[in-house]
Design a protein around this ligand. Sequence first.
Ligand code: SAM
Length: 255
Amino acid sequence: MRQKEDFNTYYRNIWLDRWDALKDAFAGESDYCTLEEGLLKPYFLDKASTYPAKALDVQRGDSVLDLCAAPGGKTLILALAKGEAGTLVANDKSADRRMRLKAVVNEHLPASIASTVHITGYDAATWGLYQKDMYDRVLLDAPCSSERHVLSSPYYLAQWTPARTKQLAIRQFAMLAAALDAAKAGGRIVYSTCSISPLENDGVVEKLFKKRKDMFDIIELEPEIGEKTKYGIQILPDTTGAGPIYYCCLEKRYG
Ligand SMILES: C[S@@+](CC[C@H](N)C(=O)[O-])C[C@H]1O[C@@H](n2cnc3c(N)ncnc32)[C@H](O)[C@@H]1O
C-alpha cells in the first residue's frame, strides 16, 4: 500500500535508525495508569498523558482553560488540582466528543467540583478574539497527527499524506497563539500533542517565538520520564513504554 510506504519513508527520514524501534513500540501495549484519588470512580489513561496536565501546575482556586478537552482525562487532573474554588472551562469543538466529556466530568468528579467545570464548544483557534488575559492556566492539548493511531488504523493510514502534518502545524500555531492571548500576564500555558512530527511540536513553538517572542518565556522542566527537546519534553514509547507525548510549558510575560 502506497500510503504505508510513504508514511514509513517520511518518519524514517526524521527518526533515522530509531524509527524501527518506535514503530515496534507503537504496535505494543501502552503503559496505562489509573486516576483514582479524589474521583468517584477510576479513570484509565496513558501514563504519558498525565505529564502535560501536571506541568500546568494548577493551584487551588485558579481560573483554568482546557481548550481541546475531550474525552477529558487531563480535564479531571486539572479539576482535582483546582478543587471547589475557581473555574475550569473545558472546551471541545466536536459535539460527539463533548458528550463523552460531559459524561466523564459528571461520572468521575464529585458534584462540588463538577459544578465548577463549564463545558463549551468553540473553535480553539479563534478563542483569543473573545477572551483575552483571563486565565491563570491554559492547556492546549491540540489535535495532531497521532501517528500511533494512524499506524493501527487502515482507515486513517489510507488518508495520510506528508501534507497533513504541515496543515496540522498551521492549525496548532493558531490555537497556541489563542492560548497565549487567553492567559493572564504571569499565567502558564502548556502546549501538548501526541505526535512525533517535529513540525507539530517544537516547530509550532519556534513559530510562536518568531511571531511573538516578546510575549512569553519558556519554563524549563526537568522530565521525570522522557527526553528534552529544544523547547519541551517528549515521552516516547521505545524508551519509556508510554506515549508518545510532547509538551512545552510557557509563561506569559507581564506588560
Ligand atoms: C488530543 S484530543 C484532546 C484529548 C483530551 N485533552 C484528553 O486528555 O482527554 C484533541 C481534541 O481537540 C478537539 N478539536 C479539534 N479541533 C478543534 C478546534 N478547532 N477547537 C477546539 N477543539 C478542537 C478534538 O475534538 C479532540 O477532542
